[in-house]
Structure formats: C-alpha cells, structure tokens
Design a protein around this ligand. Structure first.
Ligand SMILES: [Zn+2]
Length: 344
C-alpha cells in the first residue's frame, strides 16, 4: 500500500499561504523532491515524525515559499501530517493508540506506524542520500542539540550545521538515526522547544545551510568544537512510585521534585544541588541501567535525610517537569560532568 504523496519541485504559489494550508495540501505523509544545482547527489530531510513538533515543516514551507534551489537534490519526508492536522494544530505527537513513529524503524513493521516507517526507509534507499537529517523539537523549552548513535567526522560535521552540542547514544529504541550504522550518515537534530520562536528560527537557518552548502560532510579532520555528551543514562521511575513537582515536600507522594529542576538542563549539578525530596532506598523508587546493563541508580541519585541529591557531579539533560512524561519516559538523562559516561 502506497500512502505517501510524491511531489517534485512545487512552486511557491502551489503550497498554500501558511503552514496549515501547506499541510492540508499535502493531505497525509508526503515526499517532496527538490532538484539541486548539482543533480548527481541527494541529501535527505526528514521531519514531523512527531506531529506536535512544527519547526522542521515550518522551515521547509519557508524555504519553498522563497523559491530557492538547493545546492544538490534534496528529498524531504514530511511524515505525521495527519497527527499534526488533528485539532488543535500541532498538538498531537501521534494519533491516539498509534505507536511513537520514531520507535518504529526496525522490524516488525506490521502495524500502520510500522508500515509508514518502512516506507520512509524505502524512500531513503531509493534516493541513496549522502546524509540524512531528522529534525525534531523538544517538548519543553531548552537549548538545541544533536543526537547520533556513534561519532565520526561526518556526524560531527552534520550536527555542527545546526548546533554545537552532540549527544552520542545508542539505546536501540528503533529511532531513525539508528540506520546510520549500516547506511547513510544520519543525525537527529532537536532545534529547541516546540513553541519557541528561537527554535523555529534555528530550524530555518540550519535548513538553509544544509540545503545550500556544496559540502555538508567533512572532507578532512576538523575540530568543530562540539560539546559531547556520551552514553547518557536514563533515570526512570519504578512502577507504582508516585511523583509530583512542588516547592516543598508533599507527604502523599513518594517523590517531590522542585518545579525549577528544568533549569539544570545541560548545566552541571553537584552532590549539594537539591533536586527534591524522597524517602526510602533509592533503588525502590528509581531504575537506571548503564551501557553494560548494570544498575546505575546509586551513581545518579542519593537520598540524605529525606532530601534528594545527585550522587556525584553530573550533567543532566532532557529533564522534564511533567509527571506524566516522567512516568511514561524518564525523569532525565545524565552523564558525568565532563560529558563522559557515568562510571562507578
Ligand atoms: Zn520528536
């Protein structure tokens, strides 16, 4: 079953007057092919894997409106158009009961989201791009960063088109960037918060550099000065543990985190940084596994006299202050304060 709509070099007059009209014109998952000045090579842009992350498709709309021609061919995949159009606009990460599309890029492809992911992989294989950028927004406000499954000068060069911060992580979750290992250099770029004007601006500026540059992969050794965060560990809640966010400890919850915990995003915390309040042994409340599959909870957090602190100097990121995201996903990711993996 072919569900993608294929469009080649749309004119600025054909794409609607705003991003909502553009999405309605697409009507569903779409593949837009742009002929480049040099038609012998192709790059790929994937965006809107998550329907509530608008920066990438807004940037693409603005590029098409400007009527510019990219340096090389670009194949643009705009995926979760249906979820994005579900009212109110850009509020649904995916449609109800659908799997997270960015967890579906590995077999089995046997449900609707799996089939969509498989078709995206087929489009990429067909065009054999020299590079793939998958553009996302974070749910809360925060700085931009790139993610890739392993580092080499190609991945460094690709990320540095957009941002100076790179997380190297291979959790094997079925994310699109995991195809990097056996196909084309692929990076995830998180341009910042889904509601932040700065994120929309970075998406457009970065897209213009990515589409406009003759070379996006490094040809020789260059130090891009990236801030590296390697093999982060996720701090998760154990089942049936209750969590809230407040300025003072709430006795009816197992864990109370300070509402401003988000302010530590990408900053350093020390064993004296109060994160919140909790009681009971750390391992009863939390779970965390390192790359070797060992429990890392007591390397991340420590409870002293009912107060919750980092167990050592750490750098925390993708911190949420939303209890339902903390339950469904994780509280935060952590690396050692020098960006290396947390060790014993
Ligand atoms: Zn996303």
């Amino acid at each position: 079953m072919r569900r993608f709509k294929f469009i080649r070099d749309p004119l600025a007059t054909e794409i609607g007057n705003n991003v909502e009209e553009f999405l309605r014109m697409l009507g569903g998952p779409a593949c837009i092919f742009l002929d480049g000045e040099d038609t012998s090579r192709t790059r790929a842009l994937v965006t809107l894997l998550h329907g509530n992350e608008p920066s990438g498709v807004m940037a693409l709309f603005n590029w098409l409106k400007a009527g510019r021609r990219p340096a090389v061919n670009v194949v643009c995949v705009v995926a979760s158009v249906d979820a994005a159009l579900e009212s109110p606009l850009f509020s649904h990460r995916m449609l109800p009961r659908a799997r997270d599309l960015n967890r579906c890029f590995r077999p089995p492809f046997d449900d609707a989201q799996g089939a969509l992911a498989e078709e995206i992989l087929e489009i990429l294989h067909l065009h054999h791009p020299e590079a793939v950028v998958d553009m996302h927004n974070t749910s809360g406000s925060g700085p931009s960063f790139g993610v890739c499954t392993y580092m080499d000068r190609h991945h460094d060069a690709l990320v540095s088109i957009f941002t100076q911060r790179l997380i190297v992580s291979n959790l094997g979750l079925g994310a699109l960037m995991e195809i990097s290992e056996h196909s084309y250099p692929t990076v995830t770029v998180e341009v910042g918060g889904r509601e932040d004007e700065e994120a929309h601006a970075l998406a457009y500026e970065g897209l213009c550099r990515y589409f406009g540059a003759r070379e996006v992969l490094d040809q020789e050794e260059t130090d891009w000065g990236l801030e590296l965060l390697r093999d982060p560990i996720r701090l998760e809640l154990n089942d049936n543990v209750t969590l809230t966010y407040a300025e003072q400890p709430c006795a009816s919850y197992d864990i109370t985190l300070k509402p401003d915990i988000e302010h530590h995003n990408f900053g350093g915390v020390t064993p004296d940084t109060l994160l919140g309040w909790a009681s009971g042994p750390e391992r009863r409340l939390f779970r965390a596994l390192d790359m070797g599959g060992r429990c890392a909870v007591t390397r991340l957090v420590r409870i002293r006299d009912g107060q919750l602190y980092p167990a050592q100097a750490l750098k925390l990121f993708m911190i949420t202050n939303n209890a339902s995201i903390a339950h469904a996903d994780c509280l935060f990711y952590a690396v050692a304060d020098d960006g290396a993996a947390v060790c014993d």
